[in-house]
Write a protein that binds this ligand. Structure first.
Ligand code: SAH
Length: 340
């Protein structure tokens, strides 16, 4: 059974024409999908016989809400979604002044193995399909009754480790017949898979790119992020410079501050040195607690000190707001399941 949420408008067209219907029916279906409809009976502008045929070949699904936690502080909601194969992923709905945003997972689990992150603790299960990524957004819209205009692919998983499905999802969600979410309202965050960055600059120059940096020497970065052994700092940063040369776009560098690991005076100096002259922005994230990781967080004051130092050096920097901390919905706290 084909999941209609996996299909682009063109693919839906091919399907529809293959079933002996005029191509414009695809547009109608695609619109219903974008509105979050899951039941063919609700697609009131389609002929009954066609709907029957469609439902023999296709389904509309991806994820089912298994649990919702609501922050009493800031309107953040964390979802535990069950995939059709029984695996689970988490997503976070956030309210900002500029509108609602969803932080989506791109994989069930993760194989990147960052030492301070909960998402990779049990390794990778599998990459999510485009429909499963779209479904996280549609289910959150249905639950909140609110429109979501911004997407950050910063949940569980490494998006560039699931490149094909990620790009199919981005095209579907951007299509003006469907959700019509602007490329500039989408941010994809990578731990630094260099070939992914290169491909992405060709395929999606309008989508915002965030790169997890976290360390200012290869030794420190590799101790936190195994990916640094494959793509060390100089390789990563030259790919980032290349990215900006090609796209003209500013990169956001995420820098999670960990007590005694990457928060010292010399780190601050090296960080500004590494990034000087780059078109970039630094997003400082005081480490969020992950049970058993053995890492400690830093104070908001320490983060502010880093921020001011970078700003003084001409590098725009902000400290990430801590949304949903009371429900463990912050960066690095999303996991494969609830029990681990
Ligand atoms: N795999 C992608 C997407 C995850 S984005 C990436 O690595 O960029 C989530 C962001 O939160 C990343 O910058 C990640 O390094 C960071 N993060 C992970 N665990 C964290 C923690 N415990 N506290 C704060 N930030 C964390």
């Amino acid at each position: 059974m084909i999941n209609l949420r996996d299909l682009s408008l063109e693919e839906t067209e091919r399907l529809v024409v293959g079933l002996g219907q005029p191509a414009f029916r695809a547009k109608q279906i695609f619109q219903w999908i974008g509105k979050g409809k899951k039941d063919f009976r609700e697609m009131t502008n389609l002929p009954e016989v066609f709907k029957e045929k469609l439902s023999e070949k296709c389904r509309i699904g991806g994820v089912e809400t298994a649990a919702v936690q609501k922050s009493v502080k800031d309107g953040t909601r964390k979802y535990l979604f069950r995939l059709e194969d029984g695996n689970t992923v988490e997503s976070v709905f956030m309210k900002y002044k500029y509108g609602n945003s969803i932080c989506l997972s791109s994989q069930a689990g993760c194989r990147m193995g960052c030492a301070f992150c909960a998402s990779g603790k049990n390794g990778l299960v599998r990459g999510l399909t485009p429909g499963e990524m779209l479904s996280q957004l549609l289910e959150a819209e249905a639950d909140t009754g609110e429109k979501i205009g911004h997407i950050v692919v910063m949940g569980t998983g490494e998006p560039f480790d699931n490149y094909e499905n990620l790009s199919a999802f981005l095209r579907i969600v951007n299509d003006k017949t469907g959700k019509n979410i602007g490329m500039r309202n989408i941010t994809v965050s990578t731990c630094g898979l260099v070939p992914g960055i290169q491909r992405f600059s060709d395929d999606f120059p309008q989508v915002n790119l965030a790169v997890s940096l976290h360390g200012t020497t290869d030794e420190i970065r590799a101790s936190m992020m195994p990916v640094n052994r494959k793509y060390p700092l100089n390789v990563l940063l030259s790919a980032c410079r290349e990215y900006t040369k090609k796209t003209g776009r500013r990169i956001t560098f995420e820098y999670t501050l960990v007590n005694g690991v990457n928060d010292r005076e010399e780190d601050m100096h090296r960080l500004s040195g590494l990034l000087s002259g780059m078109l970039c922005h630094v997003n400082l994230i005081p480490l969020n607690k992950v049970n058993g990781s053995g890492f400690d967080t830093v104070s908001r004051e320490k983060a502010a000190e880093f921020q001011q130092f970078l700003e003084k050096k001409g590098i725009p920097a902000t400290v990430r707001r801590e949304l949903g901390a009371d429900i463990d919905a912050a960066c690095g706290q999303l996991r494969l399941g609830q029990s681990d």
